[in-house]
Design a protein around this ligand. Sequence first.
Ligand SMILES: Nc1nc2c(ncn2[C@@H]2O[C@H](COP(=O)(O)OP(=O)(O)OP(=O)(O)O)[C@@H](O)[C@H]2O)c(=O)[nH]1
Ligand SMILES: O=C([O-])CC(=O)C(=O)O
Ligand SMILES: [Mn+2]
Length: 648
Amino acid sequence: MTAVQTNREQPATQPRLPGQSFASNQPAGHPVPSSFAGPTSNEALLVWVAEVVALTTPNAVVWINGSDEEWAAMAARLVDAGTMIKLDAYPDSYYAASDPDDVARVEGRTFICSVDEKDAGPTNNWMEPAQMKEIMSDLYQGCMAGRTMYVVPFCMGPLDAADPKLGVEITDSEYVVGSMRIMTRVGDEALRLIESVDTFVKCLHSVGAPLAPGAADVTWPCSDTKYITQFPEERTIWSFGSGYGGNALLGKKCYSLRIASAMARDEGWLAEHMLILKLISPEGDVSYIAAAFPSACGKTNLAMLEPTVPGWKVEMLGDDISWMRFGGDGRLYATNPEFGLFGVAPGTGWHTNPNAMRTIEKGNTIFTNVARTDDGGVWWEGMTKQAPDHLIDWKGRDWTPSGVDAQGNTLESAGEPAAHPNSRFCTPITQCPMIAPEYNSPVGVPISAIVFGGRRKTTIPLVSQARDWQHGVFLGSTMGSETTAAATGQVGIVRRDPMAMLPFIGYDAGDYLNHWLEIGKHADQAKLPKIFYVNWFRRDAEGGFLWPGFGENSRVMKWIAERLSGKAAAVHTPIGLVPAVGALDIDGLEVDGRPMSTEQVKQALAVNVDEWKKEIPLIEEWFAFLGETLPSGMSDELAGLKTRLGLL
Ligand SMILES: Nc1nc2c(ncn2[C@@H]2O[C@H](COP(=O)(O)OP(=O)(O)OP(=O)(O)O)[C@@H](O)[C@H]2O)c(=O)[nH]1
Ligand SMILES: O=C([O-])CC(=O)C(=O)O
Ligand SMILES: [Mn+2]
């Protein structure tokens, strides 16, 4: 390894100079190479960085300060290397194409390495921590050769929080640095906080593609061998082999959900896969709502909702992750640990999510695996109803809507989507024009309703309300959803996804459900959020969506707000409370230019006992799989449901 680099300028007046502070503070006999230095005096951090340097043997080490100049220089290098292409259509925006085999989270390669296997539970892959560390240390050995190692200090959530959740990601991917810079609060300010604390999450990431001297690089280095590993007791993350999204931006799923859920269990709070929105009624009444839908099932879209119901307004606080803690007043307060949006591109357009379009139009966005237009813009399926006449697809090939070129030759890309179904935009949250002014509040916002929702063609009605907290936890625990392209594997298979957290619970799933019940038991019942269950994706006999979704979901949000204020009527059904006839505002609701029929609304809201009878064995199978840690409250709820359905 050559001399350490730091890209920060140290003014002469600053008392702490890189290297010097470390050298003078270094205890005798410390196992740190003497060549190492860094712009912090946090011993634990310096020792860890030195250990990773010794293990991974990078060419150079750069500490990220988070400045615009730093990113400008790095982006220029990424463009030179061909990893990113600068887009003409938006300011400071870039396109990146991943390796075709590195396009989504790899759940099969994701491990919870708790000390005791039982603590990982039946829903997680597990390996003994020491064994995993041995395997991964072998992989990490020399894995950054020929590359620069970046040290990225970051903070999840507002920097002025009472208990800021800090981390440092070490990575050999500049694409990851650029994305982390958008998604989290990175650089000097986070490092200043880390300087004074002992607890920060160590996040080690490598694309796993060492470069031999003089060897040419590829535009998206990665490895066929991938591991995404959490060590919950040590609050440590090791990731190897992938450069993509939740596999590589370790502040996101790995820290803010898997590690944070274990922290939350220990400390009495909730770390959830939820958007946070602020719903404002025409009278100015505000309700803050958190909603959990599985990956690629509508969180970003609901968070940015543009209501079609006159007078109603939505503002966004977060689109993917919510941390919820009790405030001094006994209410549950939510903060969004992230600082950016890593949104699904396909389906995002002016007609579905205009606020996302306005956000990315402002620039400063990294697009991954989308298609490119001839005028330096981007396109994906669903951005506009009609595709442009010519595109470069996400694999870099010519693409036309018909699959043939101007000469009539069939293109290699014929029949394939132009953008990958899990293509993404990564953009600063502050650019969203409807962001709530309180999005950066260190205490968060008091949540009045929690909404669960899956992607289900059948069975699950458009909206229902839980009778109480335990029933709501039951609804969340039994949630099923069709798999999507956000994770590798077959798409469209219904799987149970408790609270949309199946791939993200950092410990035993039964213990997790019990933690939810405990949260409810220790709260003032009157101040607990009310729990709802929605499904935007129910289909009719012809396979069409029964509900138009998107902006029209404001009608459902209105019913929820009016349930909270006691204004809207509901009727009891075996599965919970559903809108009474006329309680759901469908005034002016049109589908394909025709008023939506009351019959169709009825179908969307229907509780079909025959469908539920088919659902019960699936829930039973799921609960049996969860095993002995399943709380008895959940079995009680299942028995109650069966009784109400006439099955007991
Ligand atoms: N039919 C229908 N599709 C929707 C609706 N809301 C979102 N979608 C589509 O579902 C897909 C995923 O939506 P997102 O809002 O990005 O999902 P997400 O939950 O934020 O996804 P992650 O970022 O993976 O966690 C997109 O293609 C959307 O267009 C809806 O109300 N109805
Ligand atoms: O983590 C990712 O890659 C993207 C995401 O938000 C999800 O899958 O829920
Ligand atoms: Mn997500």
